[in-house]
Ligand binder design. Structure first.
Ligand code: DX5
Ligand code: ZN
Length: 223
């Protein structure tokens, strides 16, 4: 499949949100990545429903909602109603992950699970057939613009092996520190969704930065 590019709105200019959303609409990006942080699960607070509704009003592409919050079950329906196409919860925040993922699917959304850098891919062994997307955190969640954790490559390979024959359509999303310096290597390792915040919004030409990520071809063999 062609890989998916999901610019992270966390790095947008919130005083010019409509402008930045329009830029993503006009770009080659596939999804909007939306980071929701509660100041409890992660040491930062991002934004909530009023902002999400405002984004949804202008966005013409699916909203990929990444919940860095405790007890996400309380808000799943509200996120669906605010326009979420994908809802990703954290493994570390869900006591009853199977129930949570079922509830997301019952709402008609893609069900995703994110794991922190220290969490073993193997913990997903008994849930892998139930998920549409696994988000591998390649930074400690909470902030944009952090340094990519190199161990992510081996996690991608471990996840590919875990999903093989059981969930071959699995979306493998990499979130944190992704940019032109590592995107192709990530795709070659088996990632098929790349989130990019800083690499897009701190670029001199965000449209070009998105295009360069989208046009990478992981089928081309390097010598
Ligand atoms: C981090 C968020 C990421 C973040 C990525 O907690 O989940 O989505 O916005 O930003 P960059 O690409 O700048 O690391
Ligand atoms: Zn995210």
């Amino acid at each position: 499949m062609n890989h998916i590019i999901a610019p992270s709105v966390l790095s947008a200019d919130f005083a010019n949100l409509e402008r930045d959303i329009t830029m993503i609409n006009q770009s080659e990006a596939d999804w909007f990545h939306i980071d929701i942080m509660d100041g409890v699960f992660v040491p930062n607070i991002s934004f909530g429903f009023p902002v999400l509704h405002a984004i949804n009003k202008h966005a013409s592409k699916p909203l990929d909602v990444h919940l860095m919050i405790v007890d996400p079950d309380r808000y799943l329906e509200e996120f669906k109603n605010a326009g979420a196409a994908n809802i990703t919860v954290h493994y570390e925040a869900c006591t009853h992950l199977h129930r949570t993922l079922s509830a997301i699917k019952d709402l008609g959304c893609r069900a995703g699970v994110a794991i922190n850098p220290h969490t073993l891919v193997n913990v997903l062994e008994d849930i892998i057939t139930e998920v549409d997307l696994v988000c591998l955190m390649s930074v400690n969640p909470g902030f944009g613009g952090q340094k990519f954790i190199e161990n992510t490559y081996s996690k991608i390979r471990a996840l590919k092996a875990l999903a093989a024959g059981r969930n071959d359509n699995l979306l493998i999303e990499i979130d944190g520190g992704v940019g032109s310096q590592n995107a192709l290597t990530l795709l070659k390792a088996g990632a098929n969704v790349l989130v990019a915040g800083n690499a897009v919004f701190a670029a001199a030409n965000p449209l070009l930065a998105i295009s360069e990520l989208k046009q990478l071809n992981s089928d081309i063999l390097t010598a």
